[in-house]
Design a protein around this ligand. Structure first.
Ligand code: 0RA
Length: 651
């Protein structure tokens, strides 16, 4: 559990001092990404990351997170406790320096380098700057020390307030309401991150308690995560509802190159590649050198094994890298002292030295595995050969789509009612369930910048379909051509979604607010997640939120989006107290609204609410989609029942 970066015994003087916190309050988004829900949750991760570091250094095993009443957060760990002694250069307590000086966490000090750290790696002082109130409590050397802060400024000097045999650090903070647009924490969002962290850092116990509101049985909602097996268990968890091709994940762990590498992968009988990668606990959604090292070793090792065993002699078509990863679910996690993040979202690892470390680890491990497990090895090779055959068929189907597109004039589907403007940055496309709602939307829209594509009937379940079937499907083809995206090949010869001709920067899924509607929405989301993930990652995908009710009295009326809103509207409209004069219309489908109503509630940018589809955790989304769209019914029912109360499926 100790890492090579932790050679020095850390003391108060090691903590370097760089710049002030005003900058953070002035430009919060520069430090935490944004000031919406994502940035708000980032605060929690930042504090937890500090405790994870302490755990990775080998001094902490328990981390407890509590969402407190009023949406404050408390994080408690049982590490050594942040040093409280005098920081000689700064002439104040080290605790105060850590909490009030940007980058003072020790991160910029090479000898005491921090392995973990959020995407922005900003440190706990940032959280302090963005909190109206924060309290740090340190249990250390038999004593208890505290200090409180307001908008990052100490209210008093660090003081000793008693004795205790406990050890550790406790940070409690209230995010600043004048900074954040969203102040409510989402249990599942934090839960998913803690679960992920427990798999990525085996042996640490993490818990989450929600003290905001008791559940029906009067207890507080609580989850606890602990993983003994690390990534092996992570892969099994993600792939839980898929049919396995081999009984257990293939697993490797190494540290011989000075870079801790942990890898697990499983093959299932499906077609998707689900490779999740992490660097210092950060999800590298754009991949990078660690992923490249893995792919290279996987292809090389499997190929040479198959050739050695003469399994490929009768196979006519060429096998490509993609074929080795069909039906593969895997997680790669590495830790590197000075990660270089590149790419559009700064989530692509650039460090070259990592490639060889991962390649060697995977190569050696897989060689052994194949020699020791000939039955499994054969099953994998057979699957690769099938994948190569299917890929040839899929490529034909893809080329067909592109040719068909090219032949029909502009290439746009006949069912598309396009907008008149052509600047993608201001244009929107609504994917609307059903021809009749499509008609209403067409009348209700602003035709200058809003396009409508009606989708007929049930969308293909891409989770269960072979790839070429996907391109055979007319609705799917229409979506690709209307949006102006296609699947091409990148420099590395891999499939990639090409967005250069994207015609709309907002793609809005608009379905009925009933069970069928949410099913169709899930099918469309699955298609995007599996085949157009970049559109989600780049923030182009949205969900429309049509109202559930119209409450009406005489000429006076209100639209309502939930039951609570409906009840309030009824009270307001029944000023005389006679609530049964008041009429309630429950909109079961978009078709029940006329064009004007649809415009003013759901489509008008000035009045509508669009939910942007975001990927908090690709691994969790992967698991949920395979479960929701797969064959097994019980886990799906369980999920729907468990989530019914918490209302929404957040992906
Ligand atoms: C610097 C030095 C030492 C511990 C920590 C920081 C530390 C920071 C956090 C933040 C959350 N939990 C934490 N636990 C520990 C170690 C000093 C020593 O005892 O040698």
């Amino acid at each position: 559990m100790t890492n090579q970066n932790n050679r020095t015994n850390y003391d108060a003087d090691n903590i370097q001092v760089l710049e002030g916190l005003e900058a953070v309050r002035k430009r919060p988004a520069m430090y935490i990404g944004d000031i919406g829900s994502r940035g708000l949750h980032h605060l929690v991760y930042e504090v937890v990351d500090n405790s994870i570091d302490e755990a990775l250094a080998g001094y902490c095993t328990n981390i407890d997170v509590t969402i407190l009443a009023g949406n404050a957060i408390r994080v408690v760990d049982d590490g050594r406790g942040i040093p409280t002694g005098l920081h000689s250069k700064e002439n104040r307590s080290a605790l105060e320096v850590v909490m009030t000086v940007l980058h003072a966490g020790g991160k910029f000090d090479k000898d005491t380098y921090k392995v973990s750290g959020g995407l922005h790696g900003v440190g706990v002082s940032c959280v302090n700057a963005l909190s109206s109130d924060l309290k740090a409590t340190v249990y250390r050397e038999g004593k208890i020390f505290i200090q409180e802060y307001q908008i990052g400024k100490p209210v008093y000097s660090v003081k000793e307030i008693g004795t205790s045999d406990r050890r550790g650090t406790e940070v409690e903070f209230q995010p600043d309401a004048t900074i954040f647009q969203v102040l409510e924490f989402n249990f599942e969002t934090i839960q998913n991150r803690l679960r992920e962290l427990s798999y990525l850092n085996k042996g640490i116990r993490l818990s989450l308690l929600d003290e905001r509101e008791p559940m029906e049985d009067e207890t507080f909602r609580k989850v606890e995560y602990y993983s003994e097996g690390g990534l092996k268990e992570f892969v099994t968890f993600i792939d839980g509802t898929r049919e396995k091709l081999i009984p257990h994940p293939v697993y490797a762990e190494s540290d011989k190159h000075g870079i801790p590498v942990e890898i697990a992968f499983q093959y299932n009988t499906g077609y998707a590649e689900n490779l999740h990668s992490y660097v210092n606990n950060i999800n590298t959604i754009e991949g990078g050198t660690h992923v490249a090292g893995f792919r290279r070793a996987l292809t090389r090792t499997l190929k040479s094994y198959a050739e050695r065993m003469k399994y490929l002699e009768k196979v006519k078509i060429e096998i490509s890298g993609d074929d080795f990863r069909e039906g593969l679910t895997g997680v790669i996690s590495i830790k590197v002292a000075e990660p270089q993040f590149e790419g559009q979202t700064k989530t692509k690892l650039g460090n070259n030295e990592v490639m060889g470390a991962v390649d060697m680890t995977v190569g050696e491990m897989l060689d052994n595995y194949l020699e020791e497990n000939p039955k499994e090895a054969r099953a994998i090779v057979d699957k690769v050969i099938l994948a190569a055959q299917a890929r040839a068929a899929a490529r034909k189907a893809r080329e067909m789509v592109q040719r068909k597109g090219a032949m029909s004039g502009m290439g746009l589907p006949g069912k598309l009612s396009d907008c008149s403007k052509t600047d993608p940055a201001i244009c929107e496309i609504f994917l609307v369930e059903g021809d009749s709602a499509g008609g209403t939307a067409k009348q209700g829209r602003d035709r200058e910048f809003q396009a409508i594509l009606p989708l007929r009937g049930k969308i293909l379940n891409v989770e269960k379909a072979l790839e070429h079937k996907i391109y055979d499907n007319e609705e799917v083809r229409n979506m690709f051509t209307a949006m102006g995206v296609h699947i091409g090949t990148n420099e590395e010869g891999e499939k990639e979604l090409i967005l250069t001709n994207l015609r709309y920067h907002k793609i809005v899924i608009m379905t009925d607010a009933d069970v069928d509607g949410s099913h169709i929405r899930t099918l469309i989301l699955t298609l995007f997640f599996r085949h157009m993930k970049k559109l989600i990652e780049n923030g182009h995908l949205y969900i429309a939120t049509p109202p559930l009710y119209m409450v009406k009295k005489g000429k006076d009326f209100r639209y309502c989006w939930n039951d609570a809103g409906r009840d309030i509207a009824v009270k307001e409209l029944a000023k005389d107290g006679k609530e049964d004069n008041v009429g309630i219309q429950r909109y079961k489908g978009l078709g029940e609204m006329n064009a004007e109503q649809l415009w003013e509630t759901t489509m008008d940018p000035a009045r509508r609410t669009l939910k942007r589809v975001a990927l908090d955790s690709a691994a969790e989304a992967d698991r949920i989609f395979s479960m929701l769209m797969g064959d097994e019914v019980p886990p799906r029912r369980e999920f729907i029942e468990a989530n019914a109360k918490y209302a929404k499926i957040d992906v």
